[in-house]
Design a protein around this ligand. Structure first.
Ligand code: NAD
Length: 486
């Protein structure tokens, strides 16, 4: 018997008004993990009302007190890391050590945001007038909507929840339809940690009904969204004047220069390209290699790729794709790559049988105009793009509409710094892969990867708070900025 899970609204676990449910499946074997509420607009309204009712009391709770609950969340997550890490693997598919990493990231961000409870820093500055004091403070925004994808089913909700809550906002949260169980478990942890009723509300269901109703809701003040560019665009159109944070897709390059440590680069490419089965926004999907080392690099990469084990993430290196739709989408892209004239070095096939498995795939001779070099595939497909020099490498790296992560492998410090300056991306790694963000540093991208917002670190606080500017005039007379006295 699988569990049947409910929405969490105003501190109670309740059924959707729709009377409908949907299922979550293990992508490695198709087994059902639970049934969930297929919610509708009435459920969203109820969650938004609860969040608005709870806002006064939560926003007036001193931030260090709010922080105590966040620390408890981190402590509970630590105790349950093994169980929840396994669940991430079962529901999302990534290998177990990455499932555990997903939970660790949630622990880290709740601990970090707990610390922010004693900071939430503004700044003081000078005034152009005498006896006048100037400063800024951070204020909560209100009831906010959070919409998340399936690829980091605990970590991404944790990034948003922890920052939204420490800033004094209340929340309506819609997780991805493929990973609702991880979301339910996370909200149960918040409940166990003592989050007051109405402060966090969970509504499960699909994007076109639940998601859109959240985005358009007149009583929500901000939306924080992580997902595809396509949906991100619709959110930008539907959200009206709300504050909107958009963290979207990527087509991330690793540059391997002629002087790189090739073994190190190969390990970085494998981890970046095939980690999470390529289903990371920061996945290293393009590898731009200097021709002088291309042959040697490809031999090493192929050798190590062939050693990867594919299967259930509980036991293997490369787990399944999230669902059959994604599996066939990846295969369509591989077929396009072949038609475009890219050279298939390995992989390129759906693995028949149970589960959504795809062979780790490497193309070479990929050029920047090819579809497989420009569009986000979101699967275990690496496109190797040979180049003749550093300038060409940078040009190829910057030739896509995305700009999330990037990396360069070189032992030349001048080239490393030039790459840091020239790569059009929100993140640049030197001698390390495109993945591996830490929670006290900002995360986000340029170009079509977003709208300029950043999550985590201090900038995560900025996403979920308003800046208020304060002037205190203690001169005892009317002083006018910019106006000269008669
Ligand atoms: P998606 O855009 O299909 O869905 C994301 C969320 O939006 C889901 O909860 C979905 O139900 C909801 N949604 C769908 N349609 C909606 C609508 N019209 N209005 C409101 N909500 C709607 O993305 P996905 O397939 O879940 O995730 C994969 C994508 O996420 C990839 O493009 C990946 O690069 C991106 N991603 C980005 C980051 C980042 O931080 N930049 C991190 C992880 C994933």
């Amino acid at each position: 018997m699988v569990g049947s899970y409910k929405n969490y609204i105003n501190g109670k676990w309740i059924n959707s008004k729709s009377g409908k449910i949907f299922k979550s499946y293990n992508p490695a074997n198709g087994s059902v993990l639970g049934t969930f509420q297929f919610s509708n607009s009435e459920d969203v309204d109820a969650a938004v009302d609860a969040a608005n009712k709870a806002f006064k009391s939560w926003s007036e709770t001193p931030p260090p007190k709010r922080a105590e609950i966040l620390l408890k969340v981190a402590e509970i997550l630590k105790k349950r890391k093994a169980e929840l890490g396994k669940l991430v693997t079962q529901e999302m598919g990534k290998q177990l050590k990455e499932g555990l990493g997903d939970v660790q990231e949630a622990i880290d961000i709740f601990e970090y945001m707990h610390g922010e409870g004693r900071r939430l820093l503004g700044y003081t500055t000078t005034s152009e007038l005498s006896k006048k004091f100037s400063m800024t403070i951070r204020r909560p925004i209100g009831a906010v909507g959070l919409i998340t994808p399936w690829n980091f089913p605990i970590a991404i909700p944790a990034w948003k929840l922890s920052a939204a809550l420490i800033c004094g906002n209340t929340v309506v949260f819609k997780p991805a339809t493929d990973t609702p169980l991880c979301a339910v478990k996370l909200i149960q942890v918040l409940e166990q940690a003592g989050i007051p009723k109405g402060v966090v509300n969970l509504v499960t269901g699909n994007g076109s009904e639940v998601g859109e109703n959240i985005v358009k809701h007149p009583k929500l003040k901000a939306i924080s969204f992580t997902g595809s560019v396509e949906v991100g665009r619709s959110i930008a159109e539907n959200a009206g004047l709300k504050k909107v944070g958009l963290e979207l897709g990527g087509k991330n390059p690793i540059i391997v220069m002629h002087d790189a440590d090739l073994d190190l680069a190969v390990d970085g490419v494998l981890w970046g390209g095939f980690g999470t089965t390529g289903q990371r926004c920061t996945a290293a999907s393009r590898v731009i290699v200097h021709r002088a080392v291309l042959h040697k690099f490809l031999n090493k990469l192929l050798f190590k790729t062939k050693q990867l084990t594919i299967g259930d993430g509980l036991k293997c290196d490369v787990g399944p794709l999230i669902n059959a739709h994604q599996l066939h989408k990846v295969h369509r892209y591989v077929m396009i790559g072949i038609q475009e004239g890219a050279k298939l070095l390995c992989g390129g096939k759906i693995i028949e049988g149970k589960g959504n498995f795809y062979e780790p795939t490497i193309f070479t001779n990929v050029t920047k105009d090819m579809v497989i070099a420009r569009e986000e595939i979101f699967g275990p497909v690496i496109c190797v793009m040979p180049v003749s020099n550093f300038d060409e490498a940078i040009e190829v790296a910057n030739s896509v509409d995305y700009g999330l992560s990037s990396a360069i492998y070189t032992n030349n410090v001048d080239l490393a710094f030039e790459a840091i300056e020239k790569l059009e991306a929100g993140l640049t790694y030197v001698n390390s892969s495109t993945i591996g963000s830490e929670v006290h540093l900002p995360f986000g991208g340029v170009k079509n990867t977003g709208n300029g917002s950043r999550e985590a670190g201090i900038e995560g606080i900025h996403e979920f708070s308003e800046t208020k500017t304060i002037y205190v005039d203690y001169s005892g007379k009317l002083q006018k900025a910019q106006i000269e006295d008669d």
